[in-house]
Design a protein around this ligand. Structure first.
Ligand code: ZN
Length: 245
């Protein structure tokens, strides 16, 4: 039996701590339904949140994480730069990273993308229709041609990201905007997936299709037993060649 993929579900966990819509919708935090679903899929899941020491991302946790999911919104600036650098290094080493919704503005996503990651937005609880545009992609496994989220925040293009290596999902909103909702990137030996849905006021992370995308992305982003590249000066050629040849 192969070892289960070790997932760390990281959540800022601030909105849900105060009375209001996010707390009503996610009484145990937005991480709870995601972690529950991933556990049911057989992954080894742990939760980490911003207000824990080191944001719950100690060296030990980072070293034993195969794939991390990241939801943040109101406190991106409070995430310590040294922790962001460690997460980025782990991605380069092969750790998968699934960036969710407002995580588009997180320090880690912007560091990995190298762009502003800005976008258009509007919050009037409109319908979102998510189209699977790459049905051969592993993240599309088991999904219908499209699925709908009845009430979501709108994110619209232009989304200031580098051209994705693979684009799996595109969203259409009732108000007319469109958005690249499922974007894959390779960074070093690691894989990064940005997945759009998940505004804190709506029960998006209880929806089966949304959770399925996250679970599929965890499988896709999990590290492979591939060659670890080496770098640096090579005074000795691989072939016997004459100097100056
Ligand atoms: Zn939002």
């Amino acid at each position: 039996m192969t070892k289960p993929i070790r997932v760390t579900v990281w959540n800022e966990f601030r909105h849900e701590k105060h009375p209001g819509k996010p707390q009503e919708v996610y009484p145990n935090g937005m991480h709870a339904p995601i972690a529950d679903y991933l556990r049911k899929q057989g992954f080894e899941v742990r939760v980490a949140t911003l207000d824990e020491p080191d944001h719950g991302l100690t060296d030990e946790v980072l070293a034993s994480t195969d794939v991390m999911t990241w939801w943040g919104h109101t406190a991106h600036g409070e995430v310590r730069d040294d922790i962001v650098q460690k997460v980025q290094r782990r991605v380069w080493e092969g750790m998968g990273l699934i960036v969710l919704h407002s995580g588009h503005f997180s320090k880690i996503f912007r560091a990995l993308m190298g762009t502003s990651c800005d976008l258009k937005w509007r919050e009037i609880a409109e319908k979102e229709r998510i189209w699977v545009i790459d049905p051969a992609h592993p993240i599309a496994e088991g999904l219908p041609e499209y699925f709908e989220i009845p009430h979501e925040e709108m994110y619209g293009e232009r989304f200031d990201i580098p051209q994705p290596d693979e684009l799996v999902l595109i969203s259409w909103f009732a108000g007319g905007e469109v958005f690249r909702s499922g974007c894959c990137y390779h960074r070093g030996r690691g894989k990064v997936f940005y997945f759009r849905p998940g505004h804190e006021s709506y029960p998006t992370y209880y929806q089966e299709e949304v959770l399925k995308v996250i679970a599929n992305a965890v499988k896709w982003a999990a590290p492979l037993e591939t060659t670890v590249p080496t770098f640096g000066h090579r005074p000795q050629p691989l072939e016997n060649i004459e100097v100056g040849e």
